[in-house]
Design a protein around this ligand. Structure first.
Ligand SMILES: NC(=O)c1ccc[n+]([C@@H]2O[C@H](COP(=O)([O-])OP(=O)(O)OC[C@H]3O[C@@H](n4cnc5c(N)ncnc54)[C@H](OP(=O)(O)O)[C@@H]3O)[C@@H](O)[C@H]2O)c1
Length: 295
């Protein structure tokens, strides 16, 4: 879709793939809303995006996505200032050497990578619907070995930094597919994607032996512009108008593991997430299976 005048919300927009996506879309005429947690890093990114923006100046919104309070405050601020959002890109994420919990008491990988985009998306769904035709893109990853064990969703029984990270990325795909079903016919499409291995700051917070993983791997990877390519494509290309419920890698829809298409798993994850973030179960109701198969 032509990006001139479109409002694009990007979380984690001050670094890596989010920043590269912000600058690319600003250069195409979009108004970028950068969600960042650090005021200085956010302001630097805002200035850099403003330098390349061809139409409306970008706006900085501060929120620490490990806090449900901040996610709710962000959604309120968006409602106060913007009548619609054309594209929502849930990009911010983290990976942590050791298990830790947020101020809300959730394991932090699960909180930042899954609960925050789950809550934010639900809270701004009316702004996306108000755009008439809108897109949600969730930044996930290929997670061939990840397991979604409902008894260990927050690593409470066993914690490994890679399993926690890839579980959260699997949740991103399952959430995207379920959201796509719930939004069918609403004018809002939902897709997930992997940027592919990309050299960014991701994992720079790691300590001890786990720090070796990003340190070694990153040297081999291409830079953020490469990782952002599929994200920019999904946000802006007319090729994917109306395409929903797909997972993309290198600008092509890919087959994902059966668990990502399992509607019972998706419903259970949705229900657990809704309870944890305090959303009413009927906030965005599920589509009955029979009505889908009849469609
Ligand atoms: N790099 C890869 O190889 C790769 C591969 C597959 C998928 N991905 C995915 O790509 C996405 C972007 O990652 P990246 O590689 O661009 O990493 P990055 O450079 O580390 O960027 C991550 C962004 O998320 C933000 N963020 C992290 N925790 C936050 C929080 N609590 N509240 C608000 N913002 C927070 C960071 O803000 P700060 O600057 O304040 O830390 C940063 O802006 C992630 O979803 C990641 O899972 C990356």
């Amino acid at each position: 879709m032509p990006m001139k005048g479109k409002t694009v919300l990007i979380t984690g927009a001050n670094s890596g793939i989010g920043f590269a996506t912000a600058t690319a879309l600003a250069g195409m005429g979009a108004r970028i809303l950068l969600v960042c947690r650090d005021a200085r890093r956010g302001a630097d990114a805002q200035a850099a995006v403003a330098d390349v923006a061809t139409e409306i100046a970008p706006k900085l919104l501060l929120a620490d996505l490990s806090s449900l309070h901040d996610v709710r405050a962000l959604a309120e601020e968006l409602h106060r200032h913007f009548p619609k959002i054309d594209v929502l890109i849930n990009n911010a994420a983290g990976m942590f050497s050791e298990r830790g919990v947020t101020g809300d008491g959730f394991e932090r990988t699960f909180a930042i990578n899954h609960l925050a985009p789950f809550l934010l998306t639900n809270l701004v769904i009316d702004l996306l619907k108000a755009a008439g035709s809108a897109r949600i893109v969730n930044v996930a990853a290929e997670s061939p070995l990840a397991r979604l064990d409902f008894d260990n969703l927050q690593g409470e029984k066993r914690y490994g930094f890679l399993s926690a990270y890839f579980r959260s990325k699997l949740e991103n795909v399952i959430f995207s597919n379920e959201l796509a079903r719930r939004l069918e016919g609403s004018g809002v499409t939902v897709n997930s994607m992997s940027p592919g291995p990309t050299r960014t700051r991701f994992g720079d917070n790691m300590t001890g032996l786990p720090a070796l993983f990003p340190f070694v791997m990153k040297r081999l990877f291409p830079g953020p512009e490469s990782g952002a390519r599929t994200l920019v494509y999904l946000a802006s290309s007319p090729d994917v108008e109306g395409v929903t419920g797909q997972f993309f890698l290198r600008q092509r829809a890919r087959t994902t593991r059966p668990v990502t298409l399992d509607r019972e798993v998706a419903a259970q994850l949705w229900q657990i997430s809704a309870v944890l973030v305090g959303l009413p179960a009927d906030f965005l109701p599920a589509v009955p299976q029979s009505s889908r198969s009849a469609a």
